[in-house]
Design a protein around this ligand. Sequence first.
Ligand code: ZN
Ligand code: ZN
Length: 250
Amino acid sequence: MSRMNLAGLLAMLLLASAGVVEAKQWRYAGMHPRTGQPADGLCHMEMVHVHTAAPLHADTLYRTRENVYVFIGDPTPFGYEGPRHAYYGHHPVVLNVLVNISVDRDVVEYCYHDGPHYHSYEPPPRHEFVEKEDVSYYAGEYPQEYKQGSPSLVRVNTVYRSWSAPRPVITVGPPPEYRGPVIQVGLNIPVPSVEIRVGGPPPPPPPPEWEGRVVREERVHVHHDHCDHHEHKKHKKHKKHKHKKYKGRD
Ligand SMILES: [Zn+2]
Ligand SMILES: [Zn+2]
């Protein structure tokens, strides 16, 4: 090793040790909650960037690759006003598509949000989804990785339970192609028996969670003045029911 290289290495080591004293930095890619508190909103930087704040609820709301945190949750509680896509239940999320980087092989993670919810991203390519009432349902098989992650990652629902956020409105049960969990978490109860499938088997009875769950009200719009303007066109027709239809249900 030449003298130059040794000096360079020493300088690097010094810099590295200086970094230890500085505040720890966390790397993020794509939009994410600024602090994790709904009132603090979202950070909209798309590129990989750093913050001195650690991601709150990192184990359930984020997925990581090479120490970069990618938020995959529903941004609605954080005052998100951009285009949104409605989903029901658990589904794959392709991280490389989300943060717009090209890789040889898709980095697939799973979203464990129960019931109707929103994302800023559309259903990922190369995965099968069925759309019903403008809501996307994952229509593929759930692999082993999904099942392995499930016990800890479903806790995302506990995190969101305390936050006020509107959810997509659904009036009928999931299509038969959807094989994920059917759990009542939102506002309106999709009674499976209203849907008659000619020639098909009778609709399944509601799962036990159905009755026991607390049915939450639609909540206050945080961004009242702006939400009409930014409302995604697709969901326009749902809007008019939002504040009245489900009152008094719980
Ligand atoms: Zn950020
Ligand atoms: Zn989702």
